[in-house]
Design a protein around this ligand. Structure first.
Ligand code: BJ8
Length: 424
């Protein structure tokens, strides 16, 4: 029996507090996930990921590092940090976004009280020393996206070695070149960290590895257009959340198995929710582990989430990087261009996001759109006005919500969601 408590202690974690966190998350998983009926059998992979998140997966990466593969662990908070570059230089990229509140009083010594819960969450996870991903990371790559993150990184960098990428906020020829420069600079910084040069071969393989994962996620997503829908929104969400933590090749294999089973279910008319269940397209801010509450409320109320336009959803997998780049420079440019196209609300204008939401709602036969922002996220709250208009014009019922990580407003949230499901 491997001594995980020793491993967490060696990583500098607060082992006792961490036991408490694992207990809470384990209970949430039990009541939200394991109570679901008619799950595809292949989702047992997700149960394994959830069980190993802080134990087996960390051990694997930490052991791997001491054996030289991967050489380093690189943490990131955002979709704009290209994993292909990190992989090609011999490191592994892991997501550090926090989906739960932790040590808020300590976090408030570094960031204001009225900060988005995602930011407050990662500050609290670091200060409370309960996240093995943060603690095992050799370097954390941040990005100048929203004001909250940009300024919080100034604080976070006092606690952990950081490298910051500057993400443009408009798309034109100048910023395209600027962003390409940023991606090339990241490549140099990761090479310096690992002491390993990116080669044509390693970069080409990394592009293929990431694309294979995206293709598998696209396959799975396509099956959700069916009625009855073969897999729940909760399980689909966890699949993408897992992608930020698990080994890419293993994950891709598991997702393809889930897609195989879901395709078969569609052909046989087997669903995770009954035929005719109200279908919701989610759009909004990302949902980091273990932020499952909104999907749980929707699905326990009898609705089913059939798609998610967000960073823990379609934005993660809808676009591929071309696989025919001839040189390292050309491949890095292709990677840059693909990432600049992510429809984050930090961009102005960002009309592509609205188009995507309406397109997805139609393709996935959604009965309604739920657009949710984490509280104090000004940019997503701002975009909700035009999102509502676009939904109205398309004739699709729409609801906007603002939530945080606490359970305080859950009763009211449930009432509003139930009313919306009845109305659509
Ligand atoms: S590409 S969505 S992962 S920045 S919710 S911290 S925006 S105040 S997460 Fe994001 Fe990258 Fe964009 Fe995606 Fe700020 Fe809003 Fe908080 Fe947010």
């Amino acid at each position: 029996e491997y001594d995980y408590h020793k491993m967490w202690g060696d990583l500098g974690m607060d082992v006792e507090a961490h036991d408490g966190l694992l207990g809470v998350v384990g209970e949430m998983y039990q009541t939200m996930y394991l109570t679901q009926e008619n799950r595809p059998a292949s989702t047992s992979y997700l149960d394994g990921v959830a069980a190993n998140l802080h134990s087996g997966r960390i051990r694997e990466m930490v052991d791997g590092r001491s054996e030289g593969s991967p050489k380093k662990i690189i943490g990131s908070f955002c979709l704009y940090v290209p994993e292909e570059v990190v992989t090609a230089a011999g490191a592994v990229e892991v997501g550090l976004c926090a989906g739960a509140e932790w040590a808020p009083e300590e976090a408030e010594r570094y960031v204001p009280r009225n900060t988005c819960p995602l930011i407050k969450g990662f500050m609290g996870f670091k200060l409370g020393r309960v996240c093995p991903y943060i603690e095992s990371a050799d370097l954390v790559v941040g990005e100048n996206t929203c004001d909250g993150k940009k300024k919080a990184y100034e604080q976070f960098s006092k606690l952990k070695p950081m490298y910051i990428m500057d993400v443009p906020h408009v798309r034109n020829e100048d910023t395209k070149l600027q962003w390409r420069h940023e991606v090339h600079a990241l490549a140099a910084r990761i090479e310096e960290e690992t002491g390993q040069k990116i080669t044509e071969e390693s970069l080409r393989a990394a592009i293929k590895l990431a694309n294979d994962k995206r293709r598998a996620l696209q396959r799975l997503s396509d099956t959700r257009a069916a009625d009855p829908v073969p897999i729940s929104g909760l399980d689909s969400l966890l699949t993408v959340q897992a992608a930020f933590m698990d080994d890419s090749a293993r994950l891709t294999g598991a997702i393809n198995e889930m897609a195989d089973e879901c395709e078969k279910r569609v052909a046989e008319g087997v669903g995770a929710a009954p035929k005719g269940a109200k279908r919701i397209l989610y759009t909004g801010t990302p949902m980091a582990v273990p932020n499952w509450k909104l999907f749980n409320i929707i699905e326990k109320a009898g609705g089913v989430v059939v798609g998610e336009e967000c960073c823990t959803g379609s934005r993660y997998y809808k676009d591929l990087v071309p696989e025919d780049g001839a040189t390292i420079d050309e491949m890095l440019d292709d990677i840059s261009d693909r990432y600049l196209n992510i429809q984050c609300a930090i961009f102005t204008p960002n009309n592509g996001r609205r188009d995507d939401v309406i397109r997805m709602a139609r393709e996935l036969h959604a009965d309604g759109i739920i657009d949710a922002s984490l509280s104090f996220c000004t940019i997503y709250e701002m975009e909700a006005f035009d999102m509502e208009k676009a939904a109205q014009e398309a004739g699709i019922p729409y609801m906007h919500l603002s939530t945080d990580y606490s359970a305080e407003g859950d009763g009211q949230l449930t009432t509003r969601i139930q009313a919306f499901l009845e109305m659509i």
